[in-house]
Design a protein. Structure first.
Length: 254
């Protein structure tokens, strides 16, 4: 009888419940999430973000972290920070692909969330991730690195450089000639209109004023048209001179 009592006491002492002190409770993740949700409902977005940062710091696995960043994406969307919101949705749905929005949101935010979900599902189909309850060290592991693209042969690179090199000077001269020609035509039409008006005027002073304007406009038109012809000629000459010369980018060292 005494032996049984001694053995029972010994088992109690070595068992985890009796032989070790009770483990202290960890940080209250759910309490922080509830505080963040309540702050969001109260439109206190900055306090909500602070609570979410605290919750993320004590998240124990990918599932809890996914809940944090999804709610963070909602808060950022209401703050007008759409780019950051989409990034948070992507991170959260990568951890919890089947997650739903935890609070009521606007139709626009809901559409963004579902669009990100579709993109994440396509990405996960190509590169599966560990389950959300895996340790964070595993969920944060980067995906397999994408091998660098193979370099094209030197001859192909030279061909690409040749095809992309454009004769800038001829195009600039041609564009300038078109603009000058248009202005010259405009002033020519204005000059003709003033001549016609002078013919219809009954007073000498009015006819003189119209004719003076017509002379000035005709002179401007002639100068502009001459410059346009010169620019077009220069464009043709430079095109012929530079059209066959290779761009410096196309040179390939042996």
């Amino acid at each position: 009888m005494d032996l049984r009592i001694v053995l029972g006491v010994a088992l109690m002492l070595v068992s985890p419940a009796w032989g070790q002190p009770a483990a202290s409770p960890g940080p209250d993740f759910q309490a922080r999430m509830s505080a963040a949700s309540q702050a969001y409902e109260d439109l206190d977005y900055e306090h909500s973000l602070e609570q979410l940062d605290a919750a993320k710091a004590v998240a124990r696995d990918g599932g809890e972290r996914g809940r944090v960043v999804i709610l963070r994406g909602i808060v950022l969307a209401d703050l007008g920070r759409r780019k950051e919101s989409l990034a948070a949705f992507k991170e959260g749905l990568s951890l919890l692909p089947d997650a739903s929005l935890p609070v009521k949101v606007s139709p626009k935010v809901s559409r963004d969330f579902e669009e990100v979900r579709r993109n994440v599902q396509r990405e996960l189909a190509r590169n599966p991730r560990p389950p959300p309850d895996a340790p964070l060290a595993m969920t944060d592991a980067p995906l397999e690195p994408t091998p660098p693209p193979a370099l094209a042969p030197p001859a192909a690179q030279a061909e690409v450089g040749r095809s992309r090199s454009l004769p800038v000077l001829p195009l600039a001269l041609l564009g300038g000639g078109v603009v000058l020609g248009g202005l010259g035509g405009y002033f020519g039409l204005q000059s003709r209109g003033n001549v016609n008006s002078a013919r219809d005027d009954a007073f000498y002073s009015d006819r003189t004023a119209h004719l003076d304007s017509a002379r000035g406009q005709a002179l401007a038109a002639n100068v502009l048209l001459g410059a346009a012809v010169t620019a077009a000629t220069g464009a043709a000459i430079t095109w012929l001179l530079t059209g066959d010369s290779p761009s410096p980018r196309t040179e390939v060292s042996p």
